[in-house]
Design a protein around this ligand. Sequence first.
Ligand SMILES: [Zn+2]
Length: 469
Amino acid sequence: MSVLIKGGRVITAADDYVGDVFVDGERISLIGESLDVAADRVIDAAGKYVLPGCIDPHTHLDMPFGGTVTIDDVESGQTSAAFGGTTCHVDFVIQPQGMTFGDALDEWKAKADGKQVIDMGYHMAITDLKNGGTLEELATLPEQGVTSYKLFMAYKGALMVDDETLFRTMQVAAQSGALVMVHAENGDVIDILVREALAAGHTEPLYHALTRPPEAEGEATNRAIQLAHLAGAPLYVVHVTCREAVEPIARARDAGWNVWGETCTQYFFNSLDDIAKPNFEGAKYVYSPPVRDKSNWDVLWNAVRTDALSVISTDHCAFLWDGQKTMGRDDFSKIPNGGPGLENRLQMIHEFGVRHGRISLNRMVELLATNPAKLFGLYPRKGTIAVGSDADIVIFDPERTHTISAATHHSKSDYNLFEGTEVTGTPELVLLRGQVLVENGELVASPGVGRFVARAKFGQELVPERVPA
Ligand SMILES: [Zn+2]
């Protein structure tokens, strides 16, 4: 099967030109001006953007959490990603306490089997190095294409690790070729503040945010940066929300340290006003780190513009408001943490980042595709449009309007964090390795089309698969 995409505006992190892209099988094999080649299918992309498929390095599908399981499994989550122009993501394996990393990885792969709509990789979230998982086993994961370790500095009594586990993992990463990722909030302090709030009778969702203050995120971010520097490990701070966390990351990057930061779509748009909504509606906005006051929106836009933050992900971790979030109706600490977002990242960042003049189209591609590919061992097979790269391509109509709504999104969640937002510009056709995934508002490919991708070690390239000579 070959596809010729004609006359589109090809936009990568570095380029912006009108040209033709020829896809032979699963890869891009030719790019040029008015290509004269025969193809099984010709797509007229005049007036459209031709973007590399977006990559989401932060998602949670089919994950047990807070006494329930996220509502999106691999099929529904990845379907929603596909409609939003995301063709590859990296999900978190959460090591169940006492289980080896190998068994945990097998368990997560089994959940994805036959359901994959887009390509995917895994990070390993380490919860326990004393029983089950060992430092020796941890060191072998990069050989299996799992080239990032995640640690939670929050969720005391559940996922949180102590500084010993954090530091030992960083020491292993410095040797094994993995990137260390941290959820940076001080879990001990938050635990005290939560208990104090509940003892004072504060049970409503707003107290989720008030008991997880920016200082707790800033402190943990700085601690992780200093410890990673000491261990000689590269560090990636996930879901940065506020000035207190941006500043230590910017400082470390200015000093030339191997530190990167990510924020997520929702932190540019949701705020304390949302979580304070009455009648338990605020529970829709309960995720961690929490929504912040609006003064942080500009801090985050500046940070993604100046490369203090290098990636925008979604932290898609979807629950039903009615039936799951309601588990915490009388106690905010029992509200499952997380929200949906996989589908709307490109639309929202294009509208409010590019169209509103905050970032360029090239920078948008860099934040949503190229940088995640480079940091997580997928580049240049993914994250760009180049000869030899996988033909993961989004034909994006910059003029078409779309109103974001839970009524039309593809997540199983019964609400959307951006409900009612009208955007101009939306994906029109999405290709995964040369196959049409989404066209005319329909999922065209069948589940099973997506694959596990063994990622390259940190700092190394994932060389495109060569056609045999
Ligand atoms: Zn997360």
